[in-house]
Design a protein around this ligand. Structure first.
Ligand code: NI
Length: 247
């Protein structure tokens, strides 16, 4: 299994050595480890070296870290000097802050341009901003993943037409999740698994600290909804992720 979106950082986990061993034993092949700011990006690159390319760097400036908008040169330097698998997580978040939309869009677009320059995919965070996200992605051709996808089936189809994959995590396992229809209607080849660890643990661990091996519970739920085997879900989503990130 591949967890295409997690935040494995010392700030969240007391013992990352132990975590890595445990999740390897539970069949996790790789974890894409996403930053929100420059310091996290540095740590993520160090962790990738320490664990021999098991936790793979995805680096960028999250819209909530808009105060770091001038650090893109530093991010670019990291991309030049290290193996990085995507730019992320980047995007728009109008849930917490609504009065800096233009600034957020500018930071998002600049990072999309960076991804294009280095021929990397992007990992997109979009909260209460799906239409603006779509409008920007439509005008800037680059491939990417919509992390924690939570939109409609129709919107999912539009993003897929642009070349996007949907990142599906623990929210799918929650009671009355609105994602059921999306999973029913969208082909498995357009879906990748994620946890967003340490957040958003799937059932039966809701509320506890999450870890990448819990992608299994997301796979299980997808299998249930699509009426196929969990093995098939794992096999296909793993293949998609390997191809997508060019691992
Ligand atoms: Ni995240």
């Amino acid at each position: 299994m591949i967890d295409t979106h997690a935040h494995i950082l010392n700030e969240y986990y007391d013992n990352i050595d132990e975590l890595v061993e445990t999740i390897k034993d539970k069949n996790v092949l790789y974890v894409l480890n996403a930053s929100s700011n420059y310091n996290e990006a540095l740590e993520i690159i160090e962790l990738s070296k320490k664990y021999n390319n098991f936790v793979l760097p995805v680096i960028g400036i999250h819209p909530e870290s808009i105060n770091e908008k001038d650090k893109l040169d530093d991010i670019e330097k990291l991309i030049k000097e290290n193996k990085v698998y995507a730019i992320g997580e980047i995007g728009l978040d109008y849930y917490w802050v609504k009065d800096n939309k233009e600034e957020q869009k500018e930071l998002f677009i600049k990072q999309i341009e960076l991804a294009k320059k280095y021929n990397l995919p992007i990992v997109v965070h979009s909260r209460d901003a799906i239409q603006d996200t779509f409008d920007i992605l439509k005008n800037h051709k680059v491939k990417g993943i919509l992390h924690a996808y939570s939109g409609s089936v129709e919107m999912a189809r539009e993003f897929i037409k642009l070349g996007y994959k949907l990142g599906i995590g623990g929210v799918l396992t929650f009671k009355n999740s609105k994602l059921y229809e999306v999973i029913e209607q969208i082909d498995l080849e357009n879906i990748v698994l994620e946890t967003d660890s340490p957040y958003l643990s799937p059932e039966p661990f809701r509320g506890k600290q999450n870890n990448p091996s819990n992608v299994y519970y997301v796979a299980k739920k997808i299998a249930e909804i699509k009426n196929i085997s969990v093995e098939e879900v794992i096999e296909k989503t793993t293949k998609t992720a390997i191809g997508f990130f060019d691992i």
